[in-house]
Design a protein around this ligand. Structure first.
Ligand code: GTP
Ligand code: SPV
Ligand code: MN
Length: 593
């Protein structure tokens, strides 16, 4: 074995076992040095795993194409392997851990033969922060190594913090043959272990992200009294210089990255409003010494949706991708060796290669150049609006928690919950149209509680109970206020009824005003809705009457919606918290009034 970077016995023992199983031809410790990263980039380019892009226009940027059958998370092949099936709950796929280990070890055995085993020590959260947690991922993919080096804090410094501790998350990734029939993404929450086989796509293989920072971490949080959530974190700086922090949970490809980096509309900008990005996908939240909730972003980069990202919709994200970025499954413009995706601009390249690796003429082709779930992996430091608190080991204090989904009908632009438990209810009933971020049908409404349906590492009934119990420990004056938003209402012709993107600040402004008690609202059965006059429409081609159309509560439609909630709740049996059953009954009764 190459010289060990640590003498940690639990780690070395685990590695010995994995070497025995996987039979790598070579072993490389990832130390996090620039020289090593350069050498790996060069090696990946020599084999075609990466394509180096135009050094002038996109310095240190690379393109990668995954297998055509391997472009999104696979939810039906993502398993929670707790000892008891009940602990995985009715919304997760479960397998007995003994059976799962055997299945996975059979698939993985000998799969590193002729390949290199890379050992990646990484920290989720700033190295050494009391919030942070350490993981080790072994992989046979340079693409995974280079992505992890952007998305997490990697290298020797992490092992120095780990010392002799046994408190680290074990992650084993094996590309095997990228065989979709034998693809499995398994979490063993009781063993701090993740095993991923036969995939090379982001969320399935960058084990620090969804597997650790959400599935394993949500379970750790339940036991240790904190929360791991699928949430962006942003700071809204007001003209008086004060910054208020908001966490928001939207399902995959429903606008977290966009909201986290938004640029205020002209009128707001002039007044001095600014938005600072702390995180765009995951928040780890715990109570601080002053009794408020504090959040950190455990990641160090953005694994963002490429399509739709442009100079107008999200200039900060676009700017973040201009250096040191890995692009996955976008189109390759051969004229200038850059990248392109649908919605980048109106000039698709004509001399290009599409995401599948075929010649592509964007002016003529009916096919898409980039996959709808194509992504960029960009370092957080590149982001022009990265928060000064990004590295703060204590996190930022949260004023508001926002839930939201993609709903063409029904859900109003924004409403506020009546109190904490009602807010937990609002999160629990979230429904959203499915997107390309996971395999399967797109555009179908499904229940996605707290945007955590694919990411909760244990029984979601117990997870809801955990939310309620966190609320019980908070002084109501210090607890974040809870809201729900929907940027995606459409008219009958399919046009969006709200401009979205930067203009979402108008809604955040109302949310912060509500938190400060600065604005009234109308009480309805589902919660407090804004008066149209209280949402600033200055500079928009929209009237208060237009706004009223997306600030409505349609009694019949809500009654229909709540039938879906009945169905969801019924699955939980005795693990459904009584508090949520009570909230549901209350909303039903209020709708009847
Ligand atoms: P994940 O990385 O999968 O968790 O996605 P995300 O929640 O960060 O979503 P993202 O911000 O990348 O947005 C996904 C898609 O939604 C993109 O195509 C955006 O253009 C679109 N989108 C984001 N915000 C808005 C909005 O306010 N209105 C509309 N109409 N579309 C939006
Ligand atoms: C998501 O699907 O919510 C993502 C991308 O953020 S992935 O890392 O693939 O999960
Ligand atoms: Mn996500």
């Amino acid at each position: 074995m190459e010289t060990n970077l640590t003498s940690n016995k639990s780690l070395l023992d685990w590695l010995d076992e994995k070497v025995e199983l996987l039979k790598p031809s070579k072993i490389v410790w990832i130390d996090g040095s620039q020289e090593q990263i350069e050498a790996l980039r060069a090696e990946a380019c020599s084999t075609g795993e990466l394509i180096k892009l135009n050094e002038e226009l996109l310095p240190d940027c690379y393109l990668h194409r995954t297998a055509v059958n391997d472009v999104a998370r696979v939810e039906d092949r993502t398993l929670i392997c707790s000892r008891s099936e009940k602990d995985a709950g009715p919304t997760n796929h479960w397998m007995d851990p003994e059976k799962a280990y055997k299945m996975l070890y059979d698939i993985a055995a000998g799969s590193y033969e002729g390949r290199t085993m890379y050992i990646i020590p990484y920290s989720m959260g700033p190295v050494g922060s009391p919030f942070s947690k350490i993981g080790i991922e072994i992989t046979d993919s340079i693409y995974v190594v280079l992505n992890m080096c952007i998305m997490t804090r990697v290298g020797k410094k992490v092992l120095d913090v780990l010392g002799d501790s046994n408190d680290w998350v074990r992650g084993m990734h094996c590309k095997c043959d990228i065989d979709a029939e034998n693809r499995w993404i398994c979490q063993f929450p009781e063993d701090n272990t993740i095993i991923s086989v036969n995939s090379g796509y982001g969320g399935n293989v960058l084990l620090g992200k969804k597997c650790f920072a959400l599935r394993i971490a949500s379970y750790l949080g339940k036991n240790e009294g904190w929360q791991a959530e699928h949430m962006l974190i942003l700071g809204l700086e007001k003209p008086n210089g004060e910054t208020k922090y908001i966490c928001a949970a939207f399902p995959s490809a429903c606008g977290k990255t966009n909201l986290a980096m938004l640029i205020p509309p002209e009128g707001y900008k002039k007044k001095g409003y600014k938005v600072w990005c702390v995180g765009d996908d995951i928040a780890w939240i715990r109570k601080g010494p002053d009794g408020r909730l504090y959040a950190i972003n455990p990641e160090n980069g953005f694994f963002g949706v490429a399509p739709g990202t442009n100079e107008k919709s999200n200039p900060n994200a676009l700017e973040s991708t201009k250096k040191g970025t890995i692009f996955t499954n976008v189109a390759h413009n051969l004229d200038n060796n850059t990248v392109w995706w649908e919605g980048l601009d109106k000039n698709p390249p004509t001399n290009a290669v599409d995401w599948k690796g075929n010649p592509w003429n964007g002016a003529e082709s009916e096919e898409k150049g980039a996959h709808p779930n194509s992504r960029f992996t960009a370092p957080a430091v590149n982001c022009p609006c990265i928060s000064s608190e990004f590295e703060n080991p204590q996190g930022v204090p949260i004023s508001a928690i926002v839930f939201g989904g993609r709903r063409a009908k029904l859900t109003p632009l924004v409403y506020q919950s009546k109190d904490w438990n009602h807010g937990v209810f609002v999160g629990s009933i979230m429904g959203s149209e499915t997107t390309a971020a996971a395999t399967g049908a797109v555009g179908v409404v499904r229940r996605d509680p707290m945007a955590m349906l694919p990411f909760c590492g244990y029984n979601m009934g117990d997870y809801w109970k955990h939310w309620i119990e966190i609320g019980e420990t908070l002084d109501p004056d210090k607890a974040p206020k809870i809201f729900n938003v929907n940027w995606f209402r459409k008219d009958d012709e399919g046009n969006f009824l709200w401009p979205g993107f930067g203009d979402n600040l108008r809604v955040l402004d109302w949310i912060i005003d509500r938190c400060e008690g600065d604005v009234d609202a109308q009480e309805t059965a589902i919660g407090y809705l804004p008066y149209a006059k209280d949402i600033n429409l200055e500079g928009l081609d929209m009237t208060e009457a237009d706004l009223d159309k997306i600030l409505d509560v349609d009694k019949d439609a809500w009654e229909e919606e709540l039938k879906g909630v009945d169905e969801l709740y019924a699955k939980f049996g005795d693990t459904l918290p009584k508090e949520l059953a009570d909230e549901l009954a209350k909303v039903k009764a209020d709708l009847e009034k």
